[in-house]
Design a protein around this ligand. Structure first.
Ligand code: SF4
Length: 94
């Protein structure tokens, strides 16, 4: 069965489709359901560290763009929520 996320490029080689042109239903059908971006970044960090959560927590690659988000929540949104007086569970992660 062909991969629904790929298409043929100009050279006849498989390339990734443009997700912006696919539509959310096609993405979901192919296994990419809507997720908050901080959760997505957390998953990438787990992949980076061999799925060892303790290693993600201790990551020393502070110049990595994902570093502030590696715990699965945006610290920036958390700070904004705290400033608004939001309680636990009211902090977004998008
Ligand atoms: S922040 Fe650390 S664990 Fe996450 S992707 Fe970057 S290097 Fe890997």
């Amino acid at each position: 069965m062909p991969n629904p996320l790929l298409e043929l490029g100009t050279g006849g080689h498989a390339i990734g489709k443009n997700p912006l042109a696919m539509g959310v239903d096609a993405l979901a059908a192919a296994g990419h359901a809507r997720q908050g971006l901080a959760k997505v970044m957390r998953k990438k960090c787990l992949d980076c560290c061999g799925f060892q959560a303790a290693e993600v927590r201790k990551c020393v690659a502070t110049d990595c763009p994902l570093w502030p988000y590696r715990m699965g929540v945006s610290p920036f949104l958390s700070a904004d929520a705290k400033a608004r007086g939001a309680g636990p569970g009211e902090v977004g992660d998008a």
